[in-house]
Design a protein around this ligand. Structure first.
Ligand SMILES: [Fe+2]
Length: 280
């Protein structure tokens, strides 16, 4: 046993205290966390002033959290940690649609709409027809898949960020596929937006010379019996922030075409097929 603390044996000293009551998994996770945290301080020769700043930063990050605001998720997002955990937990076979971050703006139980309906209720922005199909890995259509979609409006805000300004359920809806697995709906061509950057995480980005913007995207949550849940976005292929998404959500396979539409209702058209993986 290493009973007294030394710099050299700091990790062992702390980790040997873990008692037999700790579950094996908690022991594994916490001892690894202590090991990497101590290594970080040793590698950087962390000063007392720097650690005080960090404690103050984490304190303010907690204090700004509320029912409507989750600054710790934002911190996890901008450090790339949310995307890493998502990647570890959603490894998929070749050909399957990739996952990306869920984000903080989904609202459960959005109105169920008919294929072809328009989800933009505020009349702002350029309309886009989203069209494609939901299939399994062999290309067979998936019937009765729920496609839950949401995006910001043309002013870069989600309806829940502007409850007194935007109509409820603006740019949201759920669509259920028929036997052909096909879907289509009309929304707007989304626009890029900054993550909330008026708190400690925004200040940190500023100090690091990073911008807070996310490239324009449409959110999709696709669920169907017998298949893994798919949480993803499609990204507008011409966005200037594609290669510098503040939360690292862009994957090459999720960049969708947005081309000029040939129908009268819409300005744009975006084709994208979703390929689901069966549950094991
Ligand atoms: Fe978003």
């Amino acid at each position: 046993m290493t009973r007294y603390f030394t710099e050299e044996a700091s990790v062992e000293t702390v980790n040997e205290r873990v008692g037999s009551e700790a579950s094996p998994r908690l022991r594994e996770v916490m001892t690894s966390l202590v090991s990497h945290l101590h290594a970080f301080a040793k590698e950087t020769n962390l000063t007392q002033d720097e650690w005080d700043i960090a404690i103050d930063f984490l304190t303010r990050t907690g204090q700004i959290c509320s029912e409507e605001r989750q600054e710790f998720i934002l911190l996890s997002d901008v450090l790339g940690f949310s995307m890493l955990v998502d990647a570890i937990n959603n490894r998929r076979p070749e050909g399957a649609t990739e996952n990306t971050v869920f984000g903080p703006f989904h609202v459960a139980n959005a109105p169920i709409r008919q294929m072809g309906d328009c989800i933009s209720l505020d009349g702002k922005g350029e309309l886009c027809r989203y069209i494609g199909k939901v299939t399994d890995l062999d290309g067979n259509p998936v019937e009765n898949a729920c496609i839950d979609v949401w995006s910001d409006n043309a002013d870069s805000f989600y309806d829940v960020q502007q409850p007194d300004i935007q109509p409820k359920w603006n740019n949201r809806g759920r669509f259920f596929t028929g036997p052909d697995g096909a879907y289509q709906f009309v929304g707007i061509k989304p626009v890029s937006y900054p993550i909330p950057d008026d708190g400690p995480v925004g200040q940190m980005l500023g100090h690091m010379g990073r911008h807070p913007y996310r490239p324009a995207h449409m959110h999709f949550l696709v669920t169907a019996d017998g298949f893994q849940k798919l949480v993803t976005h499609t990204f507008a292929g011409d966005d200037k922030y594609l290669e510098s998404d503040a939360v690292f959500g862009v994957k090459k396979s999720l960049i969708a075409p947005f081309v000029r539409s040939d129908d009268e209702e819409t300005v744009w058209r975006s084709d994208f097929d979703f390929v689901l993986v069966p549950v094991e």
